[in-house]
Design a protein around this ligand. Structure first.
Ligand code: PLP
Length: 293
């Protein structure tokens, strides 16, 4: 297992004709460089849950789907910290486990499969004593997760950027950024019509008067759905910037950022920073050759 390297995080400027046209600049915070499999924002969101597990000598139990970046990040972090990890996985155990679940098992995570109904209620299976575990909701959602995500702002030099953008799944990362910076933050939802996200995000905000701006027009068909246009964009963006993206989160984020630049969403003279939240392991579920990176 490769160690996590927070020193590898950089801010890369992007050759973006859309930004130039708008008299603005575009850069990316490369949290994906921490580790090839462990997605950047997930490791931040886990931080204080891990501290709690270490302090109380408990295991960690959490929930996720077959391709979940959160499951792989939890399995990795628990392995590195010698914490017992249990993953409750949505649906029946398939004959062939996904890459993500195979990897999680290899890292020592115990996988327990849960019917869709039990999963929806985030039920803890019989035989597991919840008192033995720090229980993390699906995707690392929650106040503790937002506290960890707030630490992302340590990698963003104060005063250098006018606008931050991040991909939104549960809103935890967005809330963490809003709690820790005074810059305008815009979230790009990767889900179709999940209008509950604003409320979910707001409930994690320290200052309830802050606005959580979430845009809902860049889902490309819904969660983990993709189109030829999205894949084409991700390849073209890579050629221009040498920045790889994933089709579930960051591909949609970068597409959105450049589309917003084209539409003059940001005033001229803006310095825009998009947060690369990792997730590249998710691309393993695409056919070989789909992406050029
Ligand atoms: C989970 C995830 C997100 C979404 O983060 P939330 O805090 O749940 O909104 C964004 N990007 C990547 C790569 C992720 O894995």
């Amino acid at each position: 297992m490769r160690p996590l390297s927070f020193d590898a995080i950089t801010i890369d400027s992007v050759n973006s004709p859309a930004a130039v046209e708008n008299n603005s600049s575009l850069a990316v915070l490369r949290l994906d460089k921490i580790h090839p499999a462990v997605s950047g924002n997930k490791i931040f969101k886990l931080h204080y849950y891990l501290q709690e597990a270490l302090a109380t000598k408990k295991g960690i139990l959490t929930f996720g789907g077959a391709y979940s970046n959160h499951i792989i990040a939890t399995a990795t972090a628990c392995q590195q910290n010698n914490i017992k990890a249990v993953g409750i996985i949505r649906g029946e155990r398939p004959a062939q486990l996904s890459h993500t679940l195979q990897q999680a098992e290899k890292l020592g995570m115990q996988l327990l499969f849960s019917s869709r109904e039990d999963y929806r209620q985030q039920k803890i299976p019989a035989g597991i004593d919840p008192n033995d575990y720090v229980v993390i909701p699906e995707g690392g959602y929650g106040i503790t997760g937002a506290e960890g995500a707030a630490d992302i702002s340590h990698y963003i030099p104060a005063g250098r950027f006018t606008h931050l953008l991040c991909a939104v799944g549960t809103g935890t990362t967005l809330a963490g950024l809003l709690n820790s910076t005074n810059v305008a933050v815009t979230g790009i939802s990767v889900l179709k019509g999940n209008m509950g996200l604003e409320t979910m995000t707001r409930s994690l905000l320290a200052d309830k008067n802050k606005a959580a701006t979430i845009l809902h027009d860049y889902h490309f068909g819904g969660y983990a759905k993709h189109t030829g246009e999205l894949i084409g964009f991700m390849n073209e963006f890579y050629k221009r910037s040498s920045i790889p993206s994933d089709f579930v989160y960051t591909g949609k984020l970068f597409y959105a950022v450049e589309d917003l630049l084209k539409k003059d969403f940001f005033p001229p003279g803006s310095s825009v920073l998009a947060i690369h939240s990792g997730g590249l392991q998710g691309n393993l579920s695409l056919d070989k050759g789909t992406l050029i990176f």
